[in-house]
Design a binder for this molecule. Structure first.
Ligand code: BES
Ligand code: ZN
Length: 870
């Protein structure tokens, strides 16, 4: 936006018509002009303007307090104050409207009064229509740049203002918004009611929300704050678990931040059509149904973990994002990195048995892989257009920023870090902040070089690789380089490309880990001679954002003691690092498989799950058809006895052991173990025989894997049963799972049915893209899916929204041939997908990496398999 004007207060009266899918708005905006102006520019998209007027108010008529809660003494719509009428000009490309007046407006406060109309769209952004079988809802999703589709606004995160919102709805309907409702009156016409909400604190436009329809809520309270969890009336029975989560988390955050939750209430609302997982609107968090609603009694632990984590993520934003907001979208990581880092923190204390530290390690491993390509970006990156801003919501802003924050916390110690967080928030309440503000606060509080560490990770792209040599007097020699998941990039000369990270390296000791900061020029990790190390493992707690390469002697020493000396997160890191070295050509797939076999008896689910993920990569990308069969035979031979050794599910088993059994079951089923496949069929039969929710003997972790395995080899009759669940289940988690399973069938006529279903429009847009990306990523179905996408693009694209379009582009990155690479590149260069430019480059990159990986490793895999067969 042009500078020189900023909004202070909005007053909105919105009247949606849910039948005709339109709405009207009456809006006043109090703006402050820094200099006299004849025109004012703001954001608006797909809005039809009626009359626009400007009232010049005596500045003294206003007396906003810090939070702007004082009522206005004068109504700006008083007609005797001689408004000026504006001429409105639209610039669709810039998403702006300009109001020009015949006389210059003076410096100071001016009130704009705007009448307009708009359309309730079906693209899940702005003010949009959400439908159930019985009725329509009108709901909002504004982040990052879609508030301008619902009301003309200064739609940038730093242009904070207060809001008075009123909704005119049908007499039988209700509305929910950011602040608490302060009045509910009949009118303005028969059959309508007008709901008014209290003035909000100063906030960014992307955090405004208003939701209209028929909601039912569960209610509770935490630290004196009323909390409601709401849904469509039929699903209110599934809101209890989220309410319990929110109560726990609110109190936890009040204490952690040392700053109380700021709004008079917290509402969390499940919406039938919702693009993201959830959205942190100030005081009014919105969710897709499957991320908020879960059966308290029969829901699986995995399902509950998911809900609790999403709730904790969005609630963290109430502080990080809502109260204190990034100055501009280039620093989106200040929002999303924080919420990602924090999303497991409170829940891990609430339910320690859910093993979040090992989930975090797995997430770190995935993120390091995501970031190890040449097309990756730095955490802070330029983003100016809506497309560029939308593309910022990626694995870097979430996963990498979250991991870097976790690394710094681990280095400083949790309490010192917490104080820094408090100081940072306290200094910017109801205002905006930058990266420098954050690491400045942490540096000042800790007197440690947080600024150097964080700026090196925030402003430079990519992953550090620490390559160690044998320990010498005083230290362990180490070399820093940039790590790539690609043999070609890694082989290139390092000259001129030496990276410059400042890294806290934490070594595993017999007691507390010791951390040493490795500066840009340092070539060794200093160590006192008398320090006792169980093994030389240089990423204690698996919190460091780097890959490691050890000497063969160091590596075999670690492997020999992995199970006894390393924690599960550290073992996850070990497996991840070793696989990464295969990808970069520094190790062979045979070395990796040796490690896999050495770890086959590992008692930890996350370790086995990490192993399993990479085995799937070998199976889907490296192995030839014959080698796939041989690999499967070896996996059956090695893991079969481990699975049998675990025995049947028992009462009172730990969650980790259940998970472990589930992972082994899946791994063996994929390796076509006849006993496991037969068991999967039996379990699947029981799931569909009568009311499975009552069948307490069904182990949920096995059931999920069983149905997935059965779907992989399933026929039309199983397909139809799952289709019926997806249509008729009253439990959104089950509906979503059933849809996901439809994409697991491999029979080509059933794949066709799924593809047609996706393109038909019957499936909600929020769900169809995950089915499509599953089909595109799977070795058995990806060719058929890709042919379909290319030949029915218009119909497919009609089902995609901004972020899901990019997801589909991203999924094509799992191809592994030159032919497909050329097709993907060419197709999406012609058929442009919104906000997917970097994603396309990344997909092409990833296909190239795979082609290379296969060329290098396929012969090695073959040789290893031959050796094993003997
Ligand atoms: N602020 C985001 C929602 C969002 C995402 C808005 C992308 C606009 C574009 C929200 O806080 C978020 O991160 N949601 C996640 C879920 C979370 C638990 C990781 C999501 O929607 O996936
Ligand atoms: Zn978020």
């Amino acid at each position: 936006m042009p500078s020189g004007v900023h909004p202070e207060h909005y007053s909105l009266t919105i009247t949606p018509d849910l039948k005709s899918a339109t709405f009207t708005g009456e809006e006043t905006i109090d703006v402050v002009l820094d200099a006299p102006a004849k025109s004012i520019t703001l954001n608006a998209v797909e809005i039809k303007f009626g009359e626009v007027k400007a009232y010049v108010l005596p500045v003294a008529a206003y007396s906003y307090g810090k939070l702007g809660i004082q009522p206005k003494p004068l109504s700006p719509l008083d007609s005797d104050r001689h408004p000026q009428i504006a001429t409105t000009m639209l610039d669709a490309k810039k998403e702006q409207a300009s109001f020009t007046f015949s006389e210059e407006l003076p410096v100071g406060t001016v009130t704009l009064a705007i009448r307009y109309t708009g359309v309730l769209n079906d693209k899940l952004r702005g003010f949009y229509l959400s439908k159930t079988k019985t009725r329509n809802y009108a709901v909002t999703q504004f982040e990052p740049t879609d508030a301008r589709r619902a009301f003309p606004s200064f739609d940038e995160p730093s242009l904070k203002a207060t809001y008075d919102i009123a909704m005119v709805v049908d007499r039988g309907d209700t509305a929910i918004s950011n602040a608490n409702m302060i009045s509910d009156q009949a009118g303005p016409i028969a059959g309508k009611r007008t709901l008014r909400f209290a003035t909000t604190p100063k906030m960014s436009s992307y955090l405004v929300a208003f939701l209209v329809g028929d909601f039912k809520c569960s209610e509770g309270k935490s630290d004196g704050v009323p909390i409601r969890v709401c849904s469509t009336p039929d699903k209110v029975g599934l809101t209890k678990f989220a309410l319990e989560s929110a109560k726990y988390v609110l109190h936890y955050y009040d204490t952690y931040f040392g700053i109380k939750y700021p709004m008079p209430k917290l509402d969390m609302v499940a919406l039938p059509d919702f693009e993201a997982g959830a959205m942190e609107n100030f005081g009014c968090i919105t969710y897709r149904e499957a991320d908020l609603l879960v059966n308290q009694r029969t829901g699986s632990i995995t399902g509950k973990k998911q809900v609790a984590v999403v709730v904790a993520h969005e609630m963290a934003h109430q502080w990080f994002g809502d109260m204190v907001t990034m100055q501009w979208w280039d620093n989106l990581w200040l929002n999303e990195g924080f919420a990602s880092w924090m999303e497991t923190k409170s829940v891990a204390v609430w339910h320690p048995e859910w093993n979040f530290p090992q989930d975090d390690a797995q997430e770190l491993n995935d993120t390091l892989n995501f970031d190890a390509t040449k097309t990756t970006r730095a955490i802070r990156a330029t983003a100016n257009t809506p497309d560029e801003i939308n593309e910022m919501f990626d694995g870097i802003a979430y996963g990498k920023a979250g991991a870097v924050i976790g690394m710094v916390e681990n280095y400083l110690g949790a309490e010192v870090f917490r104080q820094g967080v408090h100081n940072y928030l306290q200094a910017h309440l109801y205002a905006n902040a930058t990266a420098e503000d954050f690491w400045g606060a942490q540096t000042a509080n800790s007197h440690l070089p947080v600024d150097k560490i964080m700026s090196s990770f925030v402003t430079q792209p990519g992953v550090p690789l620490l390559t160690f040599a044998e320990r010498q007097a005083g230290g362990v020699p180490v070399m820093q380089s940039r790590f790539y998941l690609s043999t070609a990039e890694s082989g290139r000369s390092l000259e001129g490309r030496m990276p410059q990270w400042t890294v806290p390296v934490c070594l595993k000791t017999n007691g507390q880990p010791i951390c040493r900061v490795l500066g840009k020029e340092d070539s060794s990790v200093p160590l006192p001679m008398d320090i006792g190390l169980p093994v030389f493992y240089a990423n204690a707690a698996a919190k460091g954002y780097y890959r490691t390469a050890y000497t063969p002697a160091q590596f075999s020493a670690i492997n020999a003691k992995a199970e006894s000396s390393l924690t599960p997160p550290e073992r996850v890191g070990l497996v991840g690092d070793q696989w990464a070295l295969v990808r970069s050509g520094q190790a062979s797939v045979g070395d990796y498989l040796d490690l896999v076999l050495a770890l086959k008896g590992d008692p930890n689910a996350a370790v086995l799950d990490t192993v399993h993920e990479e085995l799937k990569r070998i199976d889907s990308s490296i192995a030839s058809d014959e080698d796939r069969d041989e690999l499967a035979a070896i996996l059956r031979r090695e893991f079969g006895p481990v699975y049998v050794g675990l025995g049947s599910p028992a009462k009172k088993e730990s969650f980790d052991r259940q998970q472990l059994r589930g992972t082994l079951f899946e791994l063996l089923g994929e390796a076509r173990d006849p006993a496991v496949l037969a068991q999967a069929q039996r379990l699947t039969g029981r799931v569909f025989a009568g009311n499975n929710a009552k069948d307490r003997t069904l182990d949920p972790t096995l059931v999920d894997a069983a149905v997935e395995l059965s779907a992989g080899v399933g026929d039309a009759s199983l397909y139809d049963k799952l289709l019926a669940v997806s249509r008729n289940s009253g439990d959104p988690a089950q509906q979503t799972a059933a849809l996901g399973l439809l994409a697991r069938f491999r029979d080509s006529s059933l794949v066709s049915r799924t593809l047609d279903l996706i393109a038909s429009g019957e499936i909600r847009n929020q769900d169809s893209w995950t089915m499509l990306t599953t089909l595109l990523r799977n070795r058995e179905t990806r060719d058929q899916a890709w042919e379909y996408v290319r030949h029915h693009w218009e119909r497919v694209q009609a089902q995609l929204t901004v972020s899901s379009g990019a997801e589909v582009v991203g999924a094509t990155g799992s191809f592994c041939t030159v032919k497909r690479r050329e097709e993907v590149d060419e197709f999406f260069s012609v058929h442009k997908v919104e906000a997917a430019e970097r994603t396309l480059a990344k997909a092409v990159d990833s296909i190239n990496d795979c082609i290379e990986l296969r060329a290098v490793q396929e012969p090695k895999l073959h040789a290893w398999l031959k050796l094993q067969a003997k």
